[in-house]
Design a binder for this molecule. Sequence first.
Ligand code: ZN
Ligand code: ZN
Length: 259
Amino acid sequence: MRVTILGCSGGIAADSRTTCLLLDDDILVDAGTGAGDLTRDALLRIDSVFLTHAHLDHIALLPMLVNMAGPHRKTPIDIYALPETITALRQHIFNFRIWPDYTAPSVFTRPYLAFRPIGVGETVELSGRRITPLPVRHTIPAVAYRLDSGAASCVFSGDTGYHEPFWEALRGMDDLRHLMIEVTFPDDDTGDASASGHMHPELLVRGLANLDGSRPLDVLISHMEPGREEAIMAGILARAGVFPAFSLKRLERGQVYSF
Ligand SMILES: [Zn+2]
Ligand SMILES: [Zn+2]
């Protein structure tokens, strides 16, 4: 399984793209502005999109992806998400006011997308790749994803604050190699972090303390607010000595992870 980071910033700016991960060449996790860097041919290869939640930075380009690829496909693009996320997309985006409802049989002879509701713990297997929603806590219903190639696992947190069941789920994974986790705010902004359901370095350290610190783990920090990356990483690296077996680094656009 190969994960290419198309976007992993908490906001937009030149060279910053919001959340979008490409799995192999046919699956997206979230469809933030990073999706816009794919070529047309690459976009046409996307068969499935797994959404962590309905916030705009994670779904921004989904409507236009479906609009571009839909007419050229024989089958709909599968959109996997929590039922609450699907309801929000139907009500507020694919409603013929913001964007067409590509599932409406009265307008489209064949649907361009298919919503596939999923729940925490329900694994979707696509050509041997196992993708499982994990529990997180955010301001709206949201999930993380475990991406399991059969050889190893990578977990992508999406947006979350500190959530004990998330860390419990990680503790039960023997094959966890990469943990891609959001830390949106620095420690001098804990008020914003807790009001908006996000992490700051102190919470990351609290979470990592749940894991077996003697086993190597690649911890990759995502979703940092543009302009505050150095303060956030400084807060994390100042405490890195507690976890000598863990590698703590920034997740960056353009990186590729194979596992
Ligand atoms: Zn969010
Ligand atoms: Zn976000």
